[in-house]
Design a binder for this molecule. Structure first.
Ligand SMILES: Nc1ncnc2c1ncn2[C@@H]1O[C@H](COP(=O)(O)OP(=O)(O)OP(=O)(O)O)[C@@H](O)[C@H]1O
Ligand SMILES: [Mg+2]
Length: 515
């Protein structure tokens, strides 16, 4: 580990009604990965936005020193010029531009007369991808056609094209497959060798030890002690510092008695959005029961999201199959049809489909449940409306000064809690959760699991897609495994091992009766 390259001193940053950062001091060194840990809303992203010029120097108090020299950034451009690059929690690529254009956005190579040298743009972009050994991405591919994981890789390539000496990664693996995460870690280790200072934010505790050198914990906007070497501090101790209380049970699954079949799916298929004669999902048949949690496991890109989006009416014209709810055939052609039939879907992409970011937290939670908060004449009862929103905000521990605050004022994990609250509030018969705890901190995860328990106890059918094997194993009663658009296995969770699930998910094995 090298010299201290970054020192942030006494940083304080206020938002209306919230002190997001309260006198935080932090140091990071050349050639290290400093993990920044803390609950949702602890101030991690805000601290890194202060560092990277997203929040200009005039908006906070305190000092930033890079190699001992005080720097004041008015914009991200200033920070980039000083060698600070950030990969944000939410992807920031322009979907309808190519990979190469995105990597060199704002910094195109010019021929004379201001004409962009496109060949050079793509050539340089290809060099960066190659240096990172990122395969399977063409520099002329439209970003829109890439998986979320590949898009994340492009973000990283973009940050590295700036030859940053300080690189911030805000939950970079939340949408990556295990393979892609391995690739990322390989890249980060190489950068560590080259002396790059990296600050890494994550809610995945196993990553702390895999990639981190030291860890700094934030709680309620304050630094909890100084950074410590990961080799000398236990994960339990880090968790205790983050949440300031004991978390005993990570997966509070309760035994249940499955009831009758509520959802029957037969021969469901989803077309590929671009390629004819190719299916994203094919021949999928399964049942889901009242009062059970049905897990859907698989690798990223296995077709799980397409399956549930199709079932929910989100892919009109591209999805088809026989679907019955409570024994009756249903024709679901739009999300409205699905909601009317008693279904709800918590999507993995909260920015796109989950939240209306400019609206208040209250409106976001109650919008899909207007009936429940209206009086007999169909007029919204403000007391009920507010009451319902406040109940969920309290239950899930959403960190906000008021339910009237706009959804975009929340930290990433707290936005996820609001999406979940919105669908829990609809009191649907069938609740589908797509990666429900992505980006959610350890404490809030357990709250979400408890709510899932409450729901199954009340007879709701819960279907949960998750890429976290421990979560699938810990919370579901049965597990469906998908691989390349098909169901390849159905397992009772009791008696199944992680290795079994992985074997099926990676296509090593197919269960008898499938395929
Ligand atoms: N633009 C904003 N307007 C108002 N409040 C904000 C804004 N950005 C952040 N906050 C508030 O500042 C606090 C810290 O948020 P921040 O996004 O830094 O948390 P975080 O540690 O990154 O959490 P997560 O793990 O959920 O991403 C939160 O209470 C949040 O609501
Ligand atoms: Mg954050």
């Amino acid at each position: 580990m090298g010299d201290v390259v970054l020192r942030m001193e006494h940083i304080t940053r206020d938002f209306p009604g919230v002190r997001a950062l309260d006198d935080v001091t932090l140091e990071a060194r050349a050639g290290e990965v400093l993990i920044l840990a803390g609950e949702n809303g602890a101030g991690k992203s805000t601290l890194m936005k202060v560092l990277s010029g997203v929040w200009p120097a005039s908006s906070f108090s305190g000092r930033i020193l890079i190699r001992g020299e005080e720097r004041r950034f008015a914009s991200t451009h200033d920070a980039e010029a000083a060698g600070v690059a950030i990969i944000h929690q939410e992807l920031n690529l322009i979907q309808d531009m190519s990979v190469g254009e995105n990597i060199f956005l704002d910094r195109y190579f010019m021929r004379s007369f201001g004409i962009i040298d496109w060949d050079r743009v793509h050539m340089e972009a290809a060099k960066i991808l190659e240096r990172l050994r990122i395969g399977g991405i063409g520099t002329r591919d439209l970003v829109r056609t890439l998986s979320v994981g590949k898009q994340q890789m492009v973000e990283i390539a973009k940050a590295l094209s700036l030859s940053a000496s300080i690189l911030v990664l805000d939950e970079p693996t939340s949408a990556l497959t295990d393979r892609e995460a391995d690739d990322l870690f390989r890249i980060l280790r190489a950068l560590r060798e080259q002396g790059v200072c990296m600050i890494y934010i994550s809610h995945k505790l196993d990553e702390f030890e895999r990639i981190g050198d030291r860890v700094q914990v934030l709680r309620d906007g304050k630094a909890v002690g100084d950074a410590e070497a990961l080799s000398s501090v236990s994960l339990d101790r880090i968790i205790a510092r983050m949440v300031n209380r004991d978390i005993r049970e990570k997966y509070p699954k309760e035994p249940f008695a499955p009831g009758e079949v509520t959802l029957e799916v037969r021969n469901f298929e989803v077309d590929h959005p671009l390629l004819r004669n190719v299916k994203k999902v094919s021949g999928v048949s399964f049942d889901a029961r009242k009062g059970e949690i049905l897990g859907i496991a698989g690798l990223m890109g296995a077709g799980r999201t397409e399956l549930v989006t199709g079932l929910f009416g989100g892919l009109p014209g591209a999805a088809r199959g026989d679907v019955r709810i409570d024994g009756k055939p249903v024709a679901i052609r739009s999300p409205e049809d699905a909601i009317a039939a008693g279904m709800a879907l918590v999507t993995e992409d909260r920015k796109l489909l989950g939240l209306i970011l400019d609206f208040s937290i209250r409106t976001n939670i109650t919008l899909s449940s207007l009936k429940a908060v209206s009086n007999a004449l169909g007029v919204i009862d403000p007391m009920k409306d507010r009451g319902m929103a406040e109940r969920f905000v309290t239950e899930l521990g959403v960190r906000t000064p008021s339910v009237e605050a706009a959804a975009n004022s929340l930290s990433g994990g707290n936005q996820q809690k609001v999406v979940i609250a919105k669908w829990l509030a609809t009191e649907s018969k069938i609740l589908i959760l797509d990666e429900p705890t992505r980006g959610v901190d350890v404490g809030a995860k357990v709250e979400i699991y408890r709510l899932m328990n409450d729901l199954v106890r009340r007879g709701v059918t819960v279907i949960m897609i998750s890429s976290e094997l421990p979560e699938i194993m810990g919370m579901s009663d049965r597990i469906l495994v998908m691989c390349e658009g098909r169901l390849v296995a159905e397992l009772k969770t009791a008696g199944a091992t992680k290795e079994d699930v992985m074997d099926y998910a990676t296509g090593n094995r197919t269960q008898e009766g499938f395929r």
